[in-house]
Design a protein around this ligand. Structure first.
Ligand code: FAD
Length: 505
């Protein structure tokens, strides 16, 4: 296939970033073509079903979807807001946090007033610290222009980038438990004690405190509906198209080539593929080795192991909040483990039974796992688009790990044990093969407060017509990636006008 000059913009990868760019640009009259290697579009938004139960591969809850909030406005502009089936999590707790040897559950509530009130119940003498923490989150978020759908420069946020999250939170008070509670859901951004900047914590937490929602019937609704926006604007989405080469001449990319040798020509190109992989497949004399090495040597966030369990009907009560549990002292330490200490923590996401909403029909339990544990199977590959068999040993490994993780969950929820009908597990290899990157990273490039500018990736590259998008730019997550897509599109269309359109949607 040769698509000489057929498109204005060719986009490699149909993650939320690629799809959002395609939707925005197609709304602005660009003829776009999205190339996706998988059978299903959406990257981390993909859902799958087991035993007639839908599971999410990577979106368990969303923030900022109340009228007037940032993601609400972006989804409204995209025309998908009223299409997605959402359920608001409990107002008094979108997350509940608990710790080994402590029967108490600490609630993180929606709305700053409620958030403060709930924490004050648990820490009556810490009101000052709790209020200071909330003010700091709001202050930081104000400094990020795109987060507030307005124009602005890097200098505004520069002073925020060096603050370390763990240090700040632990410095708020001498109450160790309060610091553990405030950092307990750092699996949301794969926090690393020495590195994770406070701004990462603030942007994520603020959006959930503002409002927290769950997608009923899977996060793939988001990609499905954005996909429809693209095609209804004349755009094209091609699946089973594994981009293997991005070929430039001088300062311009000429075409992208997929595994079967098809070439896609366009005026501009966007890569939603991990920047390190983008560098590997980019053929250009202009992009120097120093730049490539800088990108390729950036550390990624840790990977995850997830157990997805189908529950027996009317057995386990539905809890309309997420659970974060820590079996170890250091809430930032779950990714540092050995065979005996794994799993150090977990997050549990619960889905209601549609026919009997007082009960849960499934749970997903997520913890850290390093891809090094899977070195035995590193040369295997398995996706729906390119099926492979990792062998019986791999299945045994997954089952043993899943049972170990579930054992930790049963400690807090013993009644769950008899409610599990069946379970499957995904490993860092699943993330590697379905999303890309070589280490199965959950959220892409790890932000580092000691050298923040090094971990910022610009949507612009050294080539005139090649741009980057996705979670590796500004931030991961549905909100973060939507912001990254705005930044990428702002390189091709008038950003001020785009932000106006979004605000007026
Ligand atoms: C386990 C997990 C849980 C998460 N939970 C939440 C949550 O609860 N809330 C939240 O807001 N966010 C969550 N996230 C984060 C969020 O899902 C991601 O940040 C976001 O979806 C990433 O979007 P992206 O645009 O970077 O693309 P990605 O999702 O990284 O997708 C990249 C796409 O590019 C495609 N691709 C790669 N290489 C090629 C190639 N060579 N040719 C063609 N196509 C290619 C891939 O197949 C994929 O479709 C979670 C992520 C994970 C992993």
């Amino acid at each position: 296939m040769d698509t000489q000059q057929e498109y204005d913009v060719i986009i490699a990868g149909s993650g939320l970033g690629g799809l959002t760019c395609a939707a925005i640009l197609s709304k602005h009259g660009f003829k776009v073509c999205v190339l996706e290697k998988n059978k299903q579009i959406g990257g981390c938004l993909q859902s799958f079903s087991r035993n007639k139960t839908v599971f999410d591969s990577g979106v368990h809850y969303l923030g900022g979807l109340e009228p007037g909030q940032n993601l609400h406005q972006i989804f409204k502009y995209l025309g998908i807001l009223d299409k997605i089936k959402l359920k608001k999590l409990d107002l008094d707790s979108f997350d509940r946090v608990s710790f080994r040897d402590d029967p108490k559950e600490y609630k993180l509530a929606q709305g700053y007033d409620r958030f403060i009130a709930e924490l004050k119940n648990d820490f009556p003498s810490e009101e000052k610290a709790i209020r200071e923490y909330c003010e700091m989150l709001k202050y930081i978020c104000e400094k990020f222009p795109l987060y507030n759908l307005r124009m602005g420069g890097l200098e505004e946020k520069a002073s925020m980038l060096h603050i370390n999250a763990a240090e700040y939170i632990e410095g708020l008070s001498s109450n160790k438990r309060l610091a553990q509670v405030l950092s307990a859901n750092n699996l949301l951004y794969a926090g690393v004690r020495e590195k994770t900047p406070l701004y990462v914590h603030a942007l994520v937490l603020n959006s959930y405190i503002e409002s927290s929602w769950k997608c009923l019937d899977g996060g793939s609704q988001i990609s499905k509906w954005i996909g429809r926006v693209i095609t209804s604007n004349g755009g094209t989405i091609l699946r089973y198209q594994d981009v293997k080469r991005i070929v430039a001449e001088g300062k311009d990319v000429q075409f992208m080539e997929t595994a079967d040798g098809s070439r896609f020509y366009g005026k501009s190109f966007i890569s939603n593929i991990h920047p390190a992989v983008t560098m590997d497949i980019l053929e250009s004399d202009v992009v120097r080795q120093v730049y490539r090495n800088r990108i390729k040597n950036l550390e990624n966030t840790n990977s995850a192991f997830i157990v997805n369990a189908v529950l027996k009907p009317a057995c386990f009560p539905h809890m309309n909040y997420n659970v974060y549990y820590h079996d170890i002292e250091d809430t930032w330490g779950g990714h540092i483990y050995d065979e005996n200490s794994w799993p150090g923590n977990y997050a549990m996401f619960i889905s209601p039974d549609r026919h009997n909403p007082n009960y849960a029909n499934s749970i997903s339990v997520m913890t850290y796992m390093n891809i090094r544990e899977l070195s035995e199977w590193q040369n295997t590959y398995n996706t729906v688009a390119r099926p492979g068999n990792r062998g019986e040993d791999y299945e045994v490994f997954k089952s043993l790990k899943a049972l170990k993780l579930l054992d930790l969950v049963y400690r807090k929820y013993p009644q769950l044990k008899v409610c599990i009908e069946s379970f499957t597990a995904s490993t860092p290899l699943s993330f590697r093969d379905y999303i890309g990157g070589d280490d199965g990273t959950a959220y892409g490039i790890l932000k580092d407060c000691s050298d923040p500018f090094r971990t910022f990736i610009s949507p612009r590259t050294k080539l005139n017509n090649l741009y980057l998008t996705g979670q590796n730019l500004n931030m991961h997550g549905i909100l973060g990636v939507s912001m990254s897509a705005l930044a990428t599109c702002g390189e091709m269309i008038d950003m001020e006008q785009l932000l106006q359109e979004i605000k007026q949607a």
